[in-house]
Design a protein around this ligand. Structure first.
Ligand SMILES: C[S@@+](CC[C@H](N)C(=O)[O-])C[C@H]1O[C@@H](n2cnc3c(N)ncnc32)[C@H](O)[C@@H]1O
Ligand SMILES: [Zn+2]
Length: 379
């Protein structure tokens, strides 16, 4: 057996040589960061709701999430730990005993589990192998009013556009391999989740989203109501990108109009449909930042770094410009990023970094405005 310590819990899983879906019971130590962020997000969400909350860990594996939520998040009065693998179910039971908690353990296909427990959970955590797409319909049907839907996707090569057809198949959306393709992936996942929810007259607001390591993770606030769902669908649209000069823009609506790049005249390519609304909620993330120090997290420094970067992105337009790519197109060297950001700010534009790339900046300036600011620096 392998022993792992995370947050305030200790669990054991059967020996495995490699982290893989073929391990007897799945446990990936590299996802501790993902789970640490989840603990903080659930705590903040619980406080927003007030009172006791119930949490569903639909793909529980070793039980680590359900157990950590019960032990580390105040106000979690009940947790459900479900997994289709019988060995995982045994493992969840043993780990629960070891940590003196009693989640309700089940062995169902996640979709059946979600549908048979319709409307029962304040938080639904979806953390499958690869894509969450086949489970989001059941999650959307099951989600109750004023609940949190937390979704992990590890099929980043589809969402980021390395492979286009699988993304079309799974998410009915076209990805685009730009420098901000990870952000496009997050937006495709957010848009797809919102469209699933809308079918059940539920709305989506994205509270936090991050692309880290080999996965993407979204925290979505779900509310009931046809009008709210219609409002939420106003955030669906397309991102148009010009590969010639790097200009990009977004448009709302379900029909992309192929457009000429307003800067260089080349034909722009479209990604979507996807979420073009905000993918970071400053209030929620601000609360999370305050909460980190209250938790015992091995990755606290990295969690804070991520949350501060995501906070900076709130309210900024979709996409970002990679200043190194822009400079390389212009055949010049890149000035320090901070100086470019200051230059843009001085010219009256809004600017932030992105958690996705250290050389990326989000801004409401156009590619031409950026080029003008760059002209002010020596080559
Ligand atoms: C990525 S692992 C979950 C990891 C776990 N949430 C954690 O943080 O360590 C995916 C789990 O889903 C289970 N699984 C796969 N297909 C499933 C299905 N259709 N319904 C329920 N569980 C499933 C697998 O047995 C595996 O334990
Ligand atoms: Zn162009």
């Amino acid at each position: 057996m392998i022993t792992a310590n995370e947050g305030s819990v200790t669990i054991m899983v059967p020996d495995f040589t490699k982290v893989s879906a073929r391990a007897p019971v799945f446990y990936n130590p590299a996802m501790e960061f993902n789970r640490d962020v989840s603990v903080v997000a659930l705590q903040v969400f619980q406080r927003l709701l007030g009172g006791e909350i119930s949490v569903a860990d639909t793909f529980s594996g070793s039980g680590i999430r359900a157990i950590r939520y019960l032990v580390e998040v105040e106000g979690v009065s009940e947790a459900f730990a479900n997994d289709i693998n019988p060995l995982a179910v045994e493992c969840i039971k043993n780990n629960s005993l070891m940590n003196s908690v009693s989640p309700e353990v089940s062995r169902e296909d996640a979709s059946i589990f979600l549908r048979t427990n319709h409307g029962r959970f304040d938080v639904i955590d979806i953390d499958p192998f690869g894509t969450p797409a086949p489970f989001l319909d059941s999650a959307a049907a099951s989600a109750r009013n004023n609940s949190l839907l937390a979704v992990t996707a590890t099929d980043t090569s589809s969402l980021c556009g390395t492979y286009i057809k699988p993304c079309l198949r799974k998410y009915s959306s076209r990805p685009l391999k730009t420098e901000y393709c990870h952000e496009i992936g997050l937006r495709i996942l957010a848009g797809f989740t919102a469209m699933n929810l809308a079918r059940y007259r539920k709305s989506a607001s994205v509270l936090l989203s991050h692309s880290s390591q080999h996965y993407m993770r979204l925290y979505i606030h779900v509310r009931r109501g046809a009008r709210r769902a219609d409002e939420s669908l106003r955030n669906i649209g397309f991102i148009l990108h010009c590969f010639k000069c790097l200009h990009h823009e977004h448009m709302k609506g379900f029909v992309p109009l192929k457009q000429e790049c307003p800067h260089c005249g080349a034909e722009m390519e479209a990604a979507g449909p996807l979420w073009v609304g905000d993918i970071q909620d400053s209030r929620f993330i601000g609360e999370m930042i305050g909460e980190v120090e209250n938790k015992k997290l091995n990755t606290a420094t990295d969690v804070l770094k991520l949350l501060k970067a995501c906070l900076g992105e709130a309210g900024m337009p979709p996409g970002f410009y990679d200043i190194h790519e822009v400079c390389s197109k212009l055949g010049r060297s890149a000035p320090p990023l901070r100086d470019v950001m200051d230059g843009l700010e001085k010219a009256g534009f809004r600017v932030s970094r992105t958690h996705i790339r250290p050389t990326g900046i989000k801004t409401d300036a156009t590619i031409r405005d950026i080029e003008e600011v760059l002209e002010g620096f020596s080559v």
